[in-house]
Write a protein that binds this ligand. Structure first.
Ligand SMILES: Cc1ncc(COP(=O)(O)O)c(C=O)c1O
Length: 407
């Protein structure tokens, strides 16, 4: 990378109290127990960088490097993540009455899910701060992503995931040399085990969702990319499958930063938090008008990545949704699996069940009139369907070698 590389990171800020924390020390949450948000010297960015200059950079998320926390380019750990396609979905969009529908396809990043963005930035910054090992609970995809980036950084990784997490994500952790444990429980149970283990180990940093500040920075680049890919304009609506909420909080943060930089003008897009009916704590809190959620009992959905009964950043998700005039919607597993098949048949895209939940939500919101037919709508498909082969029943005939295909 060029010597002009720099990060305008200035400090960390408590998302509840606004208290300042030193960005060049390893932190978990703030003194108030809330997520820390990275803050940048946006004046300096405005003076040094233009949107045109960004357009000439390599097609990965490091093109937004001034707005990322890694100070020295030698610490960047990259597998080529970012700048995923923003695909128009003309046929599918027309069929659901939203011709301006597009999909940001995160199935194409390393490890097949958007978790690579958070891992690339989180591991790079951890390496820069001298961390030697990362430890995390995961619903699968994040563990896979952090394991491979940790391997590339020469760092150790300790991962715990529910026994029901997508099986391929176990393999991804193991092949990258992670120390992996399966937990007979949900992500919160895995989190307690990891926290206890980290307390007894030296050199490991706990990087659970929103308990370290930089995963969010990696994920916010989805927001930068969407706006850049639309010619520095925002769509009307963005739908996001919400578990821990890092992606939607990150997209909101990116939009606010771009507005302050003068890179984005006009109304912000309405942000929609999509959950599954089997685990919808944020949707319930939104409907009740509450500022935070309560743990969702007996959480269960085929969209495993969004099985998060209680998110640390729930208040930030609810704030992002309300501040942008958005909404929160829960769909059934049946609806999302139907959307997964319909999209593949109409557009050739095999998406993950979490992304499919957003397509099911488009249907619901269009039917209720919340979404208008003339709006520009972006759905985040957060991962590849290849990671969840079990979601598609394959009922086909096996022929004898010298058999005959029916005419
Ligand atoms: C494919 C997929 N989509 C969405 C999510 C939810 O992510 P977030 O924490 O950003 O809400 C996950 C988390 O595991 C996931 O694996």
């Amino acid at each position: 990378m060029s010597s002009a590389f720099f990060s305008a990171l200035s400090h960390l800020e408590c998302s509840r109290t606004g208290a300042r924390h030193d960005a060049d020390e390893v932190h978990t949450t703030s003194d108030a127990g809330a997520p820390l948000l990275a803050r940048y010297d946006l004046e300096r960015v405005r003076a040094r960088v233009t949107r045109e200059e960004i357009a000439g950079r390599a097609p990965d998320l490091w093109r937004y490097r001034e707005l990322l926390p890694v100070r020295d380019p030698r610490h960047v750990v990259s597998l080529g993540e970012g700048m995923t396609p923003l695909l128009p979905l003309e046929r599918y969009g027309a069929s659901v009455g939203v011709p301006g529908l597009r999909m940001k396809d995160e199935g194409l990043v390393p490890t097949g899910s958007f978790k690579a963005r958070g891992a690339a930035v989180g591991v790079s910054r951890a390496a820069e701060l001298g961390v030697r090992g990362i430890a995390m609970p995961t619903n699968g995809n994040a563990g896979a992503a952090w394991s491979v980036y940790a391997a590339r950084a020469g760092m150790r990784s300790l991962i715990a995931m529910p026994v029901d997490a997508p099986e391929i994500t176990r393999t991804e952790c193991v092949v990258a040399g992670a120390e992996l444990y399966l937990v007979d429980g949900l992500i919160g149970d895995a989190g307690k085990l990891v926290a206890a283990a980290v307390a007894e180990r030296r050199g490991y940093q706990e990087v659970s969702t929103l308990k370290e500040p930089y995963r969010l920075e990696g994920k916010k680049t989805m927001g930068y990319e969407i706006v850049e890919q639309l010619g520095w304009r925002a769509p009307d609506v963005i739908l996001y499958p919400t578990g821990g909420g890092v992606g939607i909080i990150g997209i909101h943060k990116a939009l606010l930063e771009m507005r302050e930089l003068g890179w984005l003008t006009g109304e912000l897009p309405r942000l929609v938090a999509v959950q599954a009916e089997g685990c919808a704590p944020i949707v319930e809190a939104f409907e009740r008008g509450d500022a935070s959620s309560v743990p969702f009992p007996d959480a269960r959905t085929v969209a495993f990545g969004i099985t998060v009964p209680k998110a640390l950043g729930d208040f930030l998700v609810l704030n992002a949704v309300r501040e942008t005039g958005g909404t929160a919607v829960a769909v059934s597993d049946e609806e999302l699996l139907r959307a997964q098949g319909a999209l593949a048949r109409a557009e050739g895209a095999f998406i993950c069940p979490e992304g499919a939940a957003c397509f099911a939500a488009v249907d619901r919101l269009r039917a209720s009139g919340w979404l208008r037919g003339d709006e520009n709508v972006v759905v985040l498909n957060t991962g590849s369907g290849l990671k969840y082969p079990g979601t598609v029943p394959v009922d086909v005939q096996t022929l004898p070698a010298h058999g005959r295909i029916p005419g």
